[in-house]
Design a protein around this ligand. Structure first.
Ligand SMILES: NC(=O)c1ccc[n+]([C@@H]2O[C@H](COP(=O)([O-])OP(=O)(O)OC[C@H]3O[C@@H](n4cnc5c(N)ncnc54)[C@H](O)[C@@H]3O)[C@@H](O)[C@H]2O)c1
Length: 254
């Protein structure tokens, strides 16, 4: 089960965290993986890890906010069975502490970047007779979290785009789903702690870990397992859904 032999997958943000874990997992299951990231070194490192372990991978430097760059990159890949949109950025702040440039940056990467990749991928998937798309949402879209104004907005848009694409391409064999993790221990979280809580990183890490009723943050591999399932042929009856993967955050925090 969950074999991806003969499938070509593209993972945005594949140079780090969840995207990297997804790329490594897909490769282990037999896929040819295109690792796309704005960070050239990190993209190359993921691809090297895959090929070093006997898998098939290519790295691409690309900024998902630039439509022409994205379209050209996807066209150069040609065949595409699976797209995972994991590239993302965050901003901590409420409305008053979210400046226009903060809002624009989060919007450009998390919303327009996903749109650009969908725009580039769907014609290729149609040509190919179908495909599977998985977008990284967040629990921040489903409940009111403090100080996540722009980020929550962006993940709400991701969920809405997921539904729209799932509906519009039902009869083209393209499935589109999203997942909504709670906190996952990746460089995304470490960077956020270093920037916002200098000197108190460990204390805040413990505090944030405990906000998941299960008592810890997720590991990237745990997220990659759900992504693999949703992108595999075993999930062929699943489209237009969002799946929480949150250690009980949404329903058990009482
Ligand atoms: N880590 C968490 O707790 C968590 C929780 C819920 C959702 N998510 C979502 O999961 C996704 C991945 O998060 P992560 O924790 O792995 O983050 P990460 O920071 O470890 O990795 C994100 C990757 O995206 C790349 N990237 C950023 N901007 C880009 C751009 N313009 N073009 C191309 N690549 C770009 C970065 O270079 C990086 O390699 C994000 O969409 C994030 O919002 C993360």
């Amino acid at each position: 089960m969950f074999q991806l032999n003969d499938k070509t997958a593209l993972v945005t943000g594949g140079g780090s965290g969840i995207g990297k874990a997804v790329a490594l997992t897909f490769a282990r299951q037999g896929a040819t993986v295109h690792v796309l990231d704005v960070n050239q070194d990190q993209a190359a490192q993921t691809a090297d890890e895959i090929t070093g372990a006997g898998g098939k991978a290519f790295s691409h430097t690309c900024d998902v906010t630039r439509q022409q760059e994205v379209v050209e990159k996807f066209r150069s890949i040609g065949k595409l069975d699976i797209l995972v949109n994991s590239a993302g950025v965050s901003h901590i702040g409420k409305v008053e502490t979210t400046q226009e440039q903060d809002f624009d940056r989060v919007f450009q990467v998390n919303v327009k970047g996903v749109y650009n990749c969908l725009f580039a991928a769907i014609p290729l998937m149609k040509e190919n007779g179908g495909g599977a798309i998985l977008n990284l949402g967040s629990i921040a879209a489903n409940l009111g979290l403090p100080d996540r104004f722009a980020y929550s907005m962006s993940k709400g848009a991701v969920q809405a785009m997921t539904l729209s694409v799932a509906k519009d391409y039902l009869h083209d064999g393209i499935r589109c789903n999203s997942i909504s993790p709670a906190r996952v221990h990746t460089p995304f979280v470490d960077g956020f702690l270093a920037k916002n809580y200098p000197g108190q990183e460990q204390e805040m890490f413990e505090k944030l870990s405990k906000t998941q009723p299960i008592g810890r943050m997720a590991k990237p591999d745990e997220i990659a397992g759900l992504v693999l399932y949703l992108c595999s042929d075993e999930a062929s009856f699943i489209t237009g859904n969002d799946y929480p993967i949150d250690g009980g955050f949404v329903k058990l925090n009482n």
